[in-house]
Ligand binder design. Structure first.
Ligand code: GLN
Length: 306
């Protein structure tokens, strides 16, 4: 495994087409695009890494997997009254479909869906309390108390909130957002600002590899059925309007973020995190996807076969 990852990191270092760093969040525009990291955690807890796997980055939309997991814990199947579970085929920040479906987002991974989810887990609490809960949960699943928010990234996003604010207000007009919009957005931007490195992120994904149990810490996070369902959502919706392309090229449940990270689950086999800040036109990590394509080719881990 170490050799496979070294080979992938070496191949990625040669790439000149690295995509474009997200600059609609000014604080992310400063990130050096010439970075690449990859970590693989096996079910027995062994960790393999190559490249910049210990450099922290903004997990952005990958956080949506964690808040969905929390929401399912708090609300159970009532979550599906808040968001659907169909791929949207639209960009992550699209508003069009909300009008046709009474303000109900198609899935929990597009921005509108994640905003509705964080509103649901607030349950009348102040943003600070919900944020403490989110951070505690992420630290628990990653088994790492050093994970923190990057407040600068969250503030930068708050200053440029117009698109996400539109989504939230539009949903609120249908009675779908219960808390003040700015409180919901502040919470959402902070969850997205969580800074993690590839090793931490791959550890955090472990519960989705082994039927809901983090095998390293021997703790159950969710039921087997819930782990399977979260994986299926990642497969169908984790890369927005690039989900079909990702399934075609990689064939594993994955969730991307505009910080350039991707969390990928090979059920029963491994939790994988890759990071490279340059994005393709859809907003998914360009080299991250390429690296994963190489990894499944070398390991045969795609759920669709070799
Ligand atoms: N925080 C980002 C946003 O709301 C998350 C988007 C993403 O990672 N795709 O725009």
């Amino acid at each position: 495994m170490q050799k496979i990852l070294n080979d992938i990191a070496a191949a990625m270092a040669q790439e000149t087409e690295r995509g474009k760093v997200a600059d609609y969040i000014p604080q992310l525009a400063h990130v050096d695009p010439n970075q690449f990291g990859i970590s693989v955690v096996l079910p027995d807890g062994q960790v393999f890494s190559a490249g910049d796997a210990k450099t922290a980055f903004s997990i952005q939309s990958i956080s949506k997997v964690f808040t969905l997991t929390m929401a399912l814990g708090k609300l159970g199947d009532a979550v599906w009254n808040k968001v659907g579970r169909e791929p949207s085929g639209d960009p992550f920040n699209s508003i069009v479909q909300l009008e046709h479906e009474m303000g109900k987002p198609r899935n929990p991974f597009i921005n509108a869906g994640a905003i509705a989810i964080v509103d649901a887990i607030m349950m009348g609490h102040q943003p600070k309390e919900t944020l403490a809960e989110i951070l505690q949960f992420v630290r628990f699943i990653a088994d790492d108390n050093s994970i923190i928010f990057d407040h600068k990234v969250a503030e930068s996003e708050m200053e440029h909130k117009d698109r996400n604010a539109s989504l939230a207000h539009f949903m609120k007009s249908f009675g779908r957002i219960k808390h003040p919009v700015d409180n919901v957005l502040g919470t959402y931007f902070h969850q997205c600002s969580i800074a993690m490195n590839c090793e931490q992120l791959a550890r955090a994904g472990q519960f989705l590899v082994s039927d809901g149990v983090n095998a390293s810490t021997n703790t159950r996070v969710v039921s087997p059925q819930r782990a399977r369902r979260i994986n299926s959502l990642m497969m169908m919706c984790g890369h927005y309007d690039g989900s079909g392309e990702f399934a075609f090229r990689v064939g594993l449940p994955g969730k991307s973020g505009v910080g350039g990270g991707i969390l990928v689950i090979a059920p029963g086999k491994a939790s994988i995190a890759v990071w490279s800040p340059g994005l393709d036109t859809i907003g998914n990590s360009q080299l991250g996807t390429q690296a994963l394509e190489m990894l499944v080719h070398k390991t045969g881990w795609s759920i669709f076969g070799k």
